[in-house]
Structure formats: C-alpha cells, structure tokens
Design a protein around this ligand. Structure first.
Ligand code: SF4
Ligand code: FES
Length: 247
C-alpha cells in the first residue's frame, strides 16, 4: 500500500504545531498502525529528519500508552487500541490524518505524545483500599457475589488510555473515573473507603480540568475495552450517597 500521511508535528510543549504531509510506500496490510509509523520514521531517519514522536510500550493492547487520533477517531476506525489496529483497515492510496489526543488536561509534549499524568493523580487521590498486613488471606474467606465480581473484573479492564476523554466533546474523564470507582466499589475489599474515595476522585477529576458528562456516549463508543456507560451512573449514584453521608 502507498499512503499519504498528514501528521501533527510540534517541537515541544511550548511551540506551535502544524500538520505536515508525508508519503509512505510498501506498507503491508498485515502491519500494525504503529509499525507503519515505524516505517515512516526509518524513512525520516535516513533523510536526516526528526522522526515523529509517539507513545507505545506493550504493543499488545494492555498498557494504554498508544494514543492517536486517526482520521478524527480515537484509536482509529476499529474498536481496539492503536497498537492493535492493522493497516488492512485502510486502502491503498488513502490519506490518513494523525493527531494527538486533544484535551486541556492532556498537554502535548511533542508531536503525538501527550502528558496523561492527570490520570495518575486521579488514581492516587483515591485508589487504595485498607488491607491488613501479613500473609495473603485465604481466598474464600471474603465472599464476593459472582455478578459483582464479574462486573468488577469487566470494568477493571480499563487501561487508562484516555480515548474516552479525547472522544468526548466536553473532555470529560467520566468513563475512566466510573470504571475505577465501580471496580473497587463492587468488591467487599473496596467498601471501607468507598464514599471518601468517590468524593476525592471526582474532586481531583474536576481540579485537573476535565469536563462534565452530558450523556453523549462518544466515550464508550471509542473505548477499546468497551467499558459500558452505566459505570457513569454508578459514579453519580455513589457520589450522591457520599453526599447524603455529609462528605
Ligand atoms: S474507559 Fe476505555 S477509553 Fe477510557 S481510559 Fe479506560 S480503556 Fe481507555
Ligand atoms: S502500546 Fe500498550 S496498549 Fe498499545
């Protein structure tokens, strides 16, 4: 495949950025999107030009670091992570526009790399549980109903990629936040700090500058882990209960 790429280039956090156009050739449909960008970077290196900076780590859909807006869609046209998107989703001769996540709490560091440490601070603000020290407890000593355990496992698949924020017109991180709140709130081990956790995490979310949820649903459509929208209802429900407790 031969492709035209329109890529956001930005020298650093303080410089202005712009879209630049590149041509890449001999792209196999079996390559991942990131391997296609690797090919472009080899080409740029050979020409003595600055390669395009982008994030990746596991390249297996696990770590959540790859994060690209591809033709205006977070992670591109498939429900998957950018690293698991394959070039067979595009056609020979296509023009593909590649941009970083656009959200104020995710400032651009260089080219396609954004700073997502706001997510770490949200987790840090409430992401712990009380556990007695000592050897690991007997697994069956804390009964967890199966439906609650399954829901907790399902929402714990959130990899913190930030696609939900990038897709949301309000730049809200409610889907991410709802996944984290639901994951711990469903399990018996998550109960002692349940109400203070939701208040602290929502407070940090707002402090970071993420917007509010207005039920548009772009987040769940863009989420590579298909986190359902009802985690946001759970988030609001827990917050209301915490407020009733005077928190
Ligand atoms: S909820 Fe989905 S889109 Fe949002 S951070 Fe988690 S995995 Fe990524
Ligand atoms: S590089 Fe780890 S999820 Fe894509």
């Amino acid at each position: 495949m031969n492709l035209t790429l329109k890529i956001w280039r930005q020298k650093d956090a303080t410089s202005a950025g712009a879209i630049k156009t590149y041509q890449v050739s001999d792209i196999s449909p079996d390559m991942s999107f990131l391997e296609m960008l690797d090919t472009l970077n080899e080409q740029l290196n050979e020409a003595g030009e600055d390669p395009v900076a982008f994030d990746s780590d596991c390249r297996e859909g696990i770590c959540g670091t790859c994060s690209l807006m591809i033709n205006g869609q977070a992670h591109g046209p498939e429900v998957t992570t950018t690293c698991q998107l394959h070039m067979r989703s595009f056609k020979d001769g296509d023009t593909i526009t590649v941009e970083p996540w656009r959200a104020e709490p995710f400032p651009i560091l260089k080219d396609l790399v954004v700073d997502r440490s706001a997510f770490d601070r949200i987790i840090q603000s409430g992401g712990f549980i009380s556990a007695n020290t000592g050897s690991a407890p007997e697994a069956n000593s804390v009964p967890a109903p199966r439906d609650k355990a399954m829901r907790a496992f399902n929402v714990a698949t959130c990899i913190g990629c930030g696609a939900c924020v990038a897709a949301c017109p309000n730049g809200s991180a409610s889907l991410f936040l709802g996944a984290k709140i639901t994951h711990l709130g469903e399990l018996p081990q998550g109960q002692p700090e349940r109400w203070t956790r939701v208040v602290d995490m929502v407070g940090q979310h707002d402090h970071e500058g993420f917007g509010g949820c207005t039920n548009i649903g772009e987040c769940t459509a863009a989420c590579p882990k298909e986190i359902p929208l009802d985690v946001i209802s759970q988030l609001n429900k827990d917050l209301r209960t915490a407020m009733k407790h005077g928190l």
